[in-house]
Ligand binder design. Sequence first.
Ligand code: AMP
Length: 422
Amino acid sequence: MRVCVVGSGGREHALAVALGRTAEVVVTPGNPGIPGSVATPPTEIDADLFVIGPEVPLVDGLADRLRAQGKLVFGPGADGARLEGSKAWMKQVLVDAGVPTARYGDFTEAEPALSFLETLPGLYVVKTDGLAAGKGVVVTESLPEAREVVADFLSGQAFGDAGRRVVIEEGLTGPELSVLAVCDGRRALALAPAQDFKRVGDGDEGPNTGGMGAYSPVPLAGDDVMAMVMDRAVDPTLAALRNQGIDYRGVLYAGLMLTPDGPKIIEYNVRFGDPETQVVAPRLSSDLADLLARAASGSLGDAAPSFVDDAAVTVVCAAEGYPRSPRLGDPIEGLELAARVEGVTVFCAGVARAADAPEGSPLLTAGGRVLDITAMGPDLATARSRAYQAVACVSWPGLHVRSDIAAAAAHEQSHPRKGERP
Ligand code: AMP
C-alpha cells in the first residue's frame, strides 16, 4: 500500500515512521527532516490512502476534495471537522449528545459575556471559537484578567476572526487525559491513552502552547476509565454526528479532565494529537496502515489495535520565544548524537534547510516546536531518562524544554498507591 501523509510537523513524522513499517509512505509537504517528503500538493499525488495530519486543511475541506477525486481518505470532511473549527458548535453537539462537559456560554458581544463570567465560581476559562493553534485558551483565577481576555478576543486583536466569538466555561480541575479514537463513521476504537503538557513552563506555569511533551501509557487511565470515556463520550458523540448526517471517518480526539465528578470532555480535536501521536504511534504493535485504511473505507470490522507494554515519553524542544514569537533560522546541532541514545527517535517538527544548502548540511530551526525527542523504555522512568539524555545532546541558541514531562507519572508508576495496579 502507498500512503500519503499530509502535514509538516512532528506528528506527521511519527505517523510516517509507524505507517512505514508496512506501507510505502510519501509526506506532503513534510520537512527536510522527514524522509519521503515531497512538495507536490496532495490532490496531485497518487496513493492508496491519504492521512491528513493537521486540523486546518481538514476544516478547509481537503478530505472532501480528495474524496471527490475518488481517493480513500482518513480524516473527516469539513462537516465533521467543525467539531474543532468551532468550539461553540462542538459544545452544542456535546450537550445534545448528553456528554459530560463544563458549563458554558458562547458570545459575540462583550456585555452578556462579562455578565456570564460573573456567574462562574472562580476559575475562568475563555476560548476563541475558531482555530488558534492551541493558543486561544486562557485559564485564570482572576476575574479582571478574564474580562480583559474577553475584550481582547472579541475585538479581533488577539486572534483575528477566530476570536470574534468566544466560549466561556467554568474551570474544571483534575488530571488531563487524551484519548485518540479511530472512527469509521459508525464505530470508534480507542488507541492507547496519552497525557500531554500544554503550558510552556515547568509545573504548568506560563501560557498555553501546542504541547510541550507527552507520555503513554497513563497510569491513571486504566481499562475502567477508558471504557467510561468511550461509553459516555466518544460513542454518543459519533452517534450524534451520524444523526446529523455526518459520516465521520478519522480520529476523534477527546481531551478530558478526570474531575472529582468523573471524566468530562474539555474539547474534541478532529485529528491525531501533536505531540500525543509521537508517544502513541511508536507503541502500536499492530498494522497502522491497515487500521486507517479500514476506517477510511467505513469498515473497521474486527480490527483491534494492539500496543506494546513499553512506555514512551516525548520532550518537545522549542525555539526561544515560543509560544509568543519564536526565533527562527538557527542551526540545530547534535541531532545524530541524540538519535544514538538507546530507545530514542527524533521526530522533526519545525525544521528547514536553506534553499541553496546542500543535502546533509545542518537543519535550521523553522518553527516554535522544533524537535520532538521520543524515547521508549520498559517503564516511564527509563523512557523519560533516555529522552532527557537525548535532549542534552541537541542545541541551538535559546532552545528550551520542560524538565518535568512525565515526572509525576513515572513516580506514580514506580510507587503505585495502595490498592492500585502498578
Ligand atoms: P483546549 O484547547 O480546549 O483543549 O484547552 C487547552 C487547555 O486549557 C486544556 O488542555 C486545559 O489545560 C485548559 N482548559 C480548557 N478548558 C478548561 C476548563 N473548562 N477547565 C480547566 N482547564 C481548561
